[in-house]
Design a protein around this ligand. Structure first.
Ligand code: MN
Length: 283
């Protein structure tokens, strides 16, 4: 099932090129979309037949006529994997000449949930004279509370998957700081539930800046796969339904600037674009 949030935080189910407004079927509260989403996630098996029934009589719209929003609007945390593809690891170590980066050394880091934006919105760059990069990533949302979960059991804790851009200012500050500016976490276009994704490591991921293909990788090249990321994260902190883990970016990371349009696509999940501009008070 493809679960979307659209038009002032309505709940939608996407089928082919249409979106069905199923808000009323699950007592969705558009004023509290994250709480409503978490309620839906934890009781999904119970709600699923109601959603399927709702599809037979709910109002629907062409996808082109609605405004999609971030599918997970306000998680309690976003955990992110640094240097989680071998080719990106070489790229980072060559370009930035730091002590060797590896995910085993670095572990996961936090991004501020307030940095989330949805499809069609605009990344606002805070600096005119520093390099800002795009990072294409496969992300997932936690389905049930997870603490000390082994990778072998991790799949049942993942509710669904979506595409995420981990926007970054290069520099010396802490990663969390450089990746947490408002608008630095575009995500979308919707959550695809785990049963529809099947194997999350058997997906092709691409990112374009304007018409230029910058990143193009099969997720199987990942170092800590989705399940290992969940295992490592849940050893350190309790993961709650609605939390996000984003699994890191492959090679091809590059700069973005005012006027660019950035598009990400992940096989079986979908695609979305965002614009790039300077923040009003960019320095
Ligand atoms: Mn990243």
């Amino acid at each position: 099932m493809k679960i979307a949030i659209f038009n002032h935080h309505r709940l939608g189910i996407v089928q082919q090129d249409r979106i069905f407004d199923v808000s009323d079927a699950v007592s969705w509260d558009a004023l509290h979309p994250q709480a409503s989403l978490e309620r839906l996630i934890v009781s999904f098996n119970e709600w699923k037949p109601k959603l399927e029934l709702a599809l037979t009589h709910s109002e629907s719209y062409p996808l082109t006529e609605v405004k999609l929003q971030a599918p997970v609007p306000k998680p309690s945390k976003i955990l992110a994997a640094p240097v989680n593809y071998l080719n990106h690891q070489s790229e980072m170590n060559a370009k930035f000449n730091n002590a060797p980066y590896t995910i085993e050394k670095l572990g996961l880091f936090l991004k501020a949930p307030s940095s989330i934006i949805g499809p069609g919105e605009t990344i606002l760059l805070p600096y005119k004279d520093r390099r800002h990069d795009h990072e294409a990533e496969l992300a997932f949302v936690i389905g049930k509370e997870a603490k000390n979960i082994k990778a072998a059991e991790a799949a049942e804790y993942i509710f669904g998957y979506f595409a995420l851009m981990d926007i970054t200012v290069r520099g010396e500050e802490e990663r969390t700081w450089r990746k947490s500016f408002d608008t630095f976490t575009p995500m979308g276009p919707w959550i695809v539930t785990s049963d529809e994704v099947n194997n999350p490591h058997d997906l092709q991921m691409e990112l374009w800046v304007n018409e230029e293909l910058r990143q193009n990788t099969h997720i199987s090249e990942i170092i800590w796969d989705c399940y290992t990321c969940l295992e490592k994260a849940s050893q350190a902190m309790t993961l709650y339904p609605g939390d996000i883990i984003t699994t890191g970016t492959p090679e091809g990371v590059g700069p973005i600037t005012k006027g660019d349009r950035v598009r990400i696509r992940i096989e079986r999940i979908g695609e979305f674009s965002v614009n790039v501009d300077f923040k009003d008070d960019a320095v």
